[in-house]
Design a protein around this ligand. Structure first.
Ligand code: XIL
Length: 372
């Protein structure tokens, strides 16, 4: 009787344990991307939008369940912080930083200097153009901005994208944006130096677009980083954004795992860390494929495998939490140009925030990884 009781009790306990493990695995449990990333000393990141983080509990839950690193998609860009000279408002970006800290997520600061899209306030352009000494004016605006923004949260923000996209879109030369036109190439060193003064412990990164889909651009990036290092500029890392739709413009083949590894190796040989910072793999890339989402998953697997196989590759951040939130699908012109009117659906979770084959592939790649 006692034996039967014990045996039955054991069975119930086993059943309960199995159920608990199953429940854990299905959402944010031991085999979520976030958990495996933590075990592997890897960042599985996502870009976040502050409105959803505060207003949609299931969004915040998905972020925490699946990722261990976040980047504000827009909230820390110069125009988001400052609409006029002397007028800075950190209330929005603070909400994201508080969220990251309360959930134990690593936080990437994105981005201090960027001269494209929503990166540069109109008032900065006007102030510089109207000044009798534009270089002196721009230098002081940059130093003030970087000291203020980095210094304010020194010690809380692990990594900063200090200079974003300094090169022309598809080549190796410096983009002749307002910064380069006014200050010449030295503006890059100036910004890194100011950031280093403001937070000597932050990892300072140069973040570039399309170096994963243009050999010429990658060469230019490697040369630039080499030069900055030789000059003693405090640059500690390179961000490869990984907007793979750029392939439609360069017409180069999609990178393989070996290609991703070679990129990482060339950059880390210069003494900097690498991470993929804004990854999307639009299904537009696979017009011939019978299974678009499997084809997409394979690209994610090779990227995660490549990065996870290198200790100096810190992680992979995807540019959005789920497929309904990609900037590529928020603006119709991308899909008209590259996707024949179809959506890009480029991320790891589908629009209902369920894991896609791409998620499972990334997770599998990370589980199998031996970090070296
Ligand atoms: C994009 C955002 O996703 C959009 O919401 C915004 O309208 C424009 O900027 N390179 C970068 C990112 O470094 O900041 C950009 O993000 C995408 C390209």
């Amino acid at each position: 009787m006692m034996k039967e009781f014990l045996c039955c009790g054991l069975r119930v306990a086993c059943l309960l344990l199995a159920l608990a493990v199953f429940a854990g695995c299905s959402k944010g449990g031991p085999s979520s991307l976030a958990e495996v990333a933590r075990q592997r000393d890897f960042y599985a990141g996502t870009a976040v939008q502050v409105g959803l983080l505060s207003g949609d509990p299931s969004y915040a839950e998905a972020v925490v369940d699946h990722f261990n690193s976040i980047t504000p998609e827009n909230a820390l860009k110069w125009p988001s912080l400052s609409v006029a000279e002397g007028d800075y408002d950190f209330s929005v970006s603070d909400r994201i930083l508080d969220f990251a800290e309360s959930k134990g997520l690593r936080f990437r600061g994105h981005t201090l200097l960027w001269a494209r899209l929503n990166g540069l306030p109109a008032w900065v352009v006007e102030a510089v153009e109207e000044d009798a000494d534009p270089p002196a004016r721009l230098r002081s605006l940059i130093e003030h901005h970087v000291h203020l923004v980095v210094g304010r949260d020194a010690g809380r923000i692990d990594t900063w994208d200090v200079v974003n996209e300094p090169l022309v879109l598809l080549g190796g030369e410096l983009d002749q944006n307002l910064f380069a036109q006014t200050l010449g190439p030295d503006y890059i060193g100036l910004a890194f130096q100011a950031a280093h003064e403001a937070d000597p412990n932050a990892r300072l990164v140069l973040n570039e677009i399309f170096a994963t889909v243009s050999a010429e651009k990658l060469d230019g990036l490697v040369a630039l980083v080499e030069q900055l290092r030789a000059e003693g500029v405090p640059i500690h890392g390179v961000g490869l954004q990984g907007h793979l739709f750029g392939r439609f413009i360069t017409s180069e083949p999609l990178p393989t795992q070996q290609d991703f590894e070679a990129m990482i190796d060339r950059l880390t040989a210069l003494g900097v860390t690498v991470e993929f910072t804004e990854v999307e793999v639009p299904i537009w890339l696979f017009p011939e494929s019978p299974d678009l989402f499997e084809a997409q998953a394979e690209v994610y697997a090779s990227l995660f495998r490549a990065c996870a196989s290198r200790a100096m590759c810190l992680g992979v951040t995807v540019w959005g939490v789920d497929d309904s939130l990609s900037w590529l699908d928020a603006d119709e012109s991308y899909s008209t140009l590259f996707g024949q009117g179809e959506p890009a659906l480029p991320l790891l979770l589908d629009a209902t925030r369920n894991p896609k084959p791409a998620y499972d592939a990334a997770l599998g790649a990370l589980e199998d990884a031996e970090r070296s």
